[in-house]
Design a protein around this ligand. Structure first.
Ligand SMILES: [Fe+2]
Length: 385
């Protein structure tokens, strides 16, 4: 508890059996009227706890939401984390249909499910939550469709292409409208007969895992590999992957040769490719997080200069490193309530959308992130190539 304010940070209490060691509830704070002293506490708490939950922020304006993001990376240009979608030939991006931009605050996007007549200058919009039938290589049988769900895509919010579009430091998510009541079983593997990992989740949860935990679970040999390997992402990765399907556990894609050939992508150049460290250093604690976007990765650059460019092999290596960190005890599935503002350290966690909604279940969220002012720093203090 700060002596100057009523702000308090409460580490989240996770259910029995959980091994989640991140997340905190921040109380006594109004993000719309954030003082400098409170901001400093929030910033430190964010990099310490990775995910912050602030209740009762329904009144938060898009402007104040953006201002919070920008204050957490004040040198960043005020542009959305994926850059402008216009004029770059990226209409084929898998992200394109899921985002509606708020006209008066273009760094803030509306996402969700169902029809919304009017919201913040947007009119008659239909929001589309992904569905496992279109996202994954295999489907959940129809008889389990309402009761079971999957992780869609474990990811970092990042363009991963473009010399000026560094991964955003933070993402903020505001729950404006949330359908409540149901829970679902999130099923990891193809076989739903009960012999794979499962996790009980609230409908439409956002699931988080810690990149620091993911790193900590590695063997010493794998830690050394992760500390010295760099990850090359595909050019226009969200177009490149647009026809490929997710693994059942949402942790990367299956390799069926469905990626858009590099020659068929929108124009791209080597200088715009992103080759990032596999581990990113926390700017406050110095801890390392294993931070790989498993669906966008295309090649691995090893310490000895060798390049692994067989896509199936690259994906197998990345999946082997990441999978222990998404096991059920390490997942925090946030149970959204209207007015929740969640601020997460996008360079220290991975997250995934979960759940299948009925058409009449309206879900409306506001998301903001801005491209980072600098690229993530790896273990040796070297910036990305
Ligand atoms: Fe995201």
């Amino acid at each position: 508890m700060s002596s100057a304010t009523r702000l308090a940070i409460h580490p989240l209490r996770h259910p029995e059996g959980s091994k989640v060691d991140f997340g905190a509830l921040v109380t006594g704070i109004d993000i719309e009227k954030l003082t400098d002293a409170d901001f400093d506490l929030v910033r430190t708490a964010l990099f310490t706890h990775q995910v912050l939950v602030i209740k009762n922020q329904s009144h938060l304006s898009p402007r104040a939401q953006f201002a919070l993001n920008h204050r957490l990376d004040p040198s960043a240009a005020p542009s959305y984390g994926h850059g402008s979608q216009k004029g770059r030939g990226t209409d084929r991006s898998i992200l394109h249909p899921d985002l509606k931009t708020i006209p008066h605050q273009p760094q803030v996007q509306v996402i969700g499910n169902g029809f919304v007549a009017a919201y913040e200058g947007l009119e008659n919009i239909t929001l589309r939550h992904p569905h496992h039938r279109t996202f994954h290589a295999t489907t959940i049988p129809a008889e389990r469709d309402l009761t079971h769900t999957r992780f869609y895509r474990w990811h970092i919010d990042a363009a991963l292409y473009g010399a000026t579009l560094a991964p955003p430091v933070v993402t903020t998510l505001l729950a404006v409208q949330v359908p409540k009541g149901r829970r679902q079983i999130c099923q990891y593997e193809d076989d739903g007969a009960g012999d794979g990992d499962e996790l009980d989740v609230p409908l439409g949860t956002t699931a988080f895992v810690s990149g620091e935990t993911m790193y900590g679970l590695l063997s010493e040999a794998d830690k050394a590999f992760a500390r010295t390997t760099r990850v090359e992402y595909a050019p226009h990765p969200y177009v490149w992957m647009s026809a490929a399907k997710s693994r059942a556990d949402g942790l990367g894609l299956v390799s069926e040769g469905k990626e858009v050939p590099l020659d068929d992508l929108p124009p791209w150049e080597d200088a715009e490719l992103q080759i990032l460290p596999m581990c990113w250093k926390n700017p406050v604690t110095g801890n390392l997080a294993l931070q790989i976007h498993p669906s966008a990765v295309r090649r691995l650059h090893l310490a000895d200069g060798a390049v692994v460019d067989d896509l199936a092999e690259v994906r197998a290596i990345v999946h082997r490193l990441q999978r222990p960190g998404i096991a059920p005890p390490f997942v925090y599935p946030h149970d959204w309530e209207e007015g929740d503002l969640v601020i997460f350290h996008n360079r220290g966690v991975l997250h995934s959308v979960v759940g299948a909604f009925a058409e009449d279940e309206v879900r409306l969220f506001r998301q903001c992130n801005i491209a980072g002012s600098t690229f993530p720093v790896g273990p040796e203090g070297t910036a990305a190539a």
